[in-house]
Ligand binder design. Sequence first.
Ligand code: G
Ligand code: G
Ligand code: MN
Ligand code: NA
Length: 253
Amino acid sequence: LLLEEQMLGALSRNEFELHFQPQVCLVSGKMSGVEALLRWTNPVLGAVGPDLFIPIAEESGQIVPIGKFVITEALSAAQAWQQQGLDLRVAVNLSPRQFRDENLTQFILDELNRFELAASVLELEITEGLLLSGHPGVSDALTQLSDAGVSIAMDDFGTGYSSLSYLRRYPFDLVKIDRSFIRDLMLDSADQELVSAAISMAHGLGLSVLAEGVETEAQWARLKAMGCDAIQGFVFSKPIPRDALTRLALAES
Ligand code: G
Ligand code: G
Ligand code: MN
Ligand code: NA
């Protein structure tokens, strides 16, 4: 209850901030994009993790204005990076609840326009929970955004029940293999088989593949050898504030 109460004024008190975690292309070895991850620091509650507050924001509907803030902040960062000569795609997580807002698609396209960005700089990460929700309008929204050039990623791939049929039915560009398959990659031959199968299946469907939660050089090398396209994880960088991300990207460019 306290959390919900504090969340109500949190946007206007400017308590939310985005951190960004690099995504690395395995062919070039360079940062190709970032995932925007929301952070909340409240004067009463201190730092509250998204695992805790996102579900509550979804339940109360607050995720709609908060989600708009995330999109705006992410695109603002993308514009600033572009102006500094940094070519970084920015990925944003979307909750199912945000798709009940009929203006979501138009809002995203308007913001891309306002920041004078090509739609291809934006990637939207959704989970199969969204597709399971069966909410009418999801399919149209995803198709419209995809047609406009926005890239669509399936997050936490492999953890659900029906990811495979969804890959065929919706306009995905990328699958993000869940970090639970990467954690024991070097020890567990079943994980190796699953990751390898996911990569070849995704490639067969014309999708690219990113592995999440990569923590070691050995995992990085193995994934590269397996033909995975990109990685994200602590081995390269944890999620960091915008300024730190800018410095990191400028240093390696
Ligand atoms: O940043 P961290 O690894 O603690 O994120 C925990 C979870 O919170 C992840 O599942 C992530 O997808 C989710 N999350 C982080 N930021 C956002 C956001 O802006 N919107 C939504 N819907 N989920 C987010
Ligand atoms: O569910 P989603 O993929 O959106 O969430 C990203 C979450 O994964 C963030 O909370 C982020 O902090 C976490 N994360 C990112 N890289 C790593 C990693 O290498 N290891 C672990 N354990 N978690 C990671
Ligand atoms: Mn994600
Ligand atoms: Na994930």
